[in-house]
Design a binder for this molecule. Structure first.
Ligand code: 2IT
Length: 447
């Protein structure tokens, strides 16, 4: 297998699918050497098969807005790979959603889910519906219309969606309500991220951020460092940034920046509990403005329009918003300001030039598919609770999440340790995830 040859074919076949091509390139570069030591992979054409989704559903979603006007969006579900378990992955509602974006996310999800130790295949879905400025009623009507098309593509042993950007507990509630009505079954395991009174796992809302900080702790310990007393910058102010801020503060770090599409809030003395709580209010408002934090806490947060979190000096940068949100120039600015570690919590948050800059300047870097895997892992724990009709305590779920993140760190160390003793977490995560899925595909034959 030669990465360049496969990429040339995919570029010709899918011109303009830039996010998808970027995600595939990164994985193929990481696995090329190991792959070529396994002639059985080459014979079964594992790479040619693993880069293509099993199937893609595309559907029209028509709904009525508060003014009584008819609106039409596109909905998608990409069932990427089911070698190690039922399809599993989030739904993203964002105006920029395209098949390329969801293909990259479904591809990443396949390897991420393999890292979690749990039996879950990879999928992703969503819509170009823009939640910004929408009322609660409009969100509900959209979710209901979306599920009208999606419901018979999913099921607890078939495909289990969850949240992602623009889809949180509220949306999962509306989606589940409609699913239940159509399927006429109380199939709780069909969606994860549900409410706590109807099958949702305790700690699922926090899990992506908590897991990310647990993995960051392992990474820092392995390098002989600790997170206590360090300054941290986060991006975004959604569910992921909220969980990460909560855990970072609990572990003794100081969170000095959050951001939004409108700019950055610098918080020189560190984010407080009241401010973390207010992030939830900001998300529920659908205004998508981080400036609201500075308006609410004028003595603590200083807003600058048009700037990113990466302009604020820190020890540890935690991208937690959107793909490609951290460019090579941002990486240079971070490093010039003293940053020495970047753990990507968003999916593919760093551009390839940024990753290269970090790695070639001795900055500790870990990729999203390892760092943010605690979210989908806790979804997997929710599926187990649903399938066995029980609820675990917060302590039980947290212990399992700790175990999973520590296992992910071990897998990265196993497959990513370099001759000089440092760990290439990109290589480690990609090879570990790939080997598990590839082995399963091999054993299941040519299908
Ligand atoms: O990117 C992700 O891993 C998620 N959005 C969570 C997916 C899930 O099924 O919990």
């Amino acid at each position: 297998m030669k990465t360049a040859e496969i990429m040339a074919k995919l570029q010709a076949k899918y011109p303009g699918e830039n996010e998808y091509l970027q995600a595939v390139q990164e994985v193929l570069e990481s696995i090329e050497d190991v792959y070529n030591q396994h002639p059985e992979f080459e014979k079964a054409k594992i790479v040619e098969r693993i880069v293509e989704p099993d199937r893609i559903f595309t559907f029209r979603v028509t709904w009525v807005d508060d003014k009584g006007e008819v609106q039409t969006n596109l909905g998608y579900r990409i069932q990427f790979n089911s070698a190690i378990g039922p399809y599993k992955g989030g739904l993203r509602f964002h105006k920029a959603v395209t098949p390329s974006m969801l293909k990259f996310l479904g591809f990443e999800q396949t390897f991420k889910n393999a890292l979690t130790t749990l039996p879950m295949g990879g999928a992703k879905g969503g819509s170009d519906f823009d939640p910004v400025g929408k009322s609660d009623d409009e969100i509900m009507r959209f979710c209901q219309a979306f599920m009208l098309e999606l419901w018979n593509c999913i099921g607890p042993d078939q495909d289990v969606p969850a949240g992602d950007v623009g889809v949180g507990g509220r949306e999962i509630g509306y989606l589940y309500g409609m699913y239940k009505k159509l399927a006429r079954q109380y199939n709780t395991g069909v969606l994860t991220g549900k409410g706590g009174t109807w099958g949702g796992s305790v700690l699922r809302p926090e899990a992506t951020g908590f897991g990310a900080l647990y993995l960051t702790q392992h990474i820092l310990n392995h390098a002989g460092k600790s997170i206590e007393g360090k300054t941290v910058t986060l991006s975004g102010f959604g569910n992921v940034a909220w969980g990460a801020a909560t855990k970072a503060v609990q572990l003794g770090a100081k969170v000095v920046a959050i951001s939004g599409p409108d700019g950055v809030c610098h918080i020189p003395d560190g984010i407080t509990k009241e401010m973390i709580d207010y992030m939830l209010v900001m998300r529920a408002s659908n205004r998508n403005k981080v400036e609201d934090m500075a308006v609410k806490f004028p003595d603590k947060a200083h807003f600058t329009a048009g700037k990113k979190s990466w302009s604020i000096p820190c020890d540890i940068a935690l991208p937690s918003a959107f793909q490609n949100e951290l460019s090579e120039d941002d990486a240079k600015e971070l490093v010039a300001n003293g940053c020495w570690c970047c753990c990507e919590i968003s999916n593919m948050g760093c551009q390839p030039g940024a990753i290269h800059y970090f790695q070639s300047h001795g900055i500790i870097f870990a990729p999203g598919k390892a760092v943010n895997a605690g979210g989908v892992a806790t979804s997997g724990l929710e599926m187990t609770q649903n399938a066995t009709h029980i609820s675990w305590s917060g302590q039980e779920v947290d212990d399992k999440l700790h175990y999973i993140m520590s296992s992910i760190h071990e897998q990265c160390v196993k497959f990513g340790t370099q001759p000089d003793g440092t760990v290439d977490y990109v290589k480690g995560a990609n090879i570990a995830g790939f080997m598990k899925v590839a082995q399963a595909m091999l054993e299941q034959g040519t299908i």
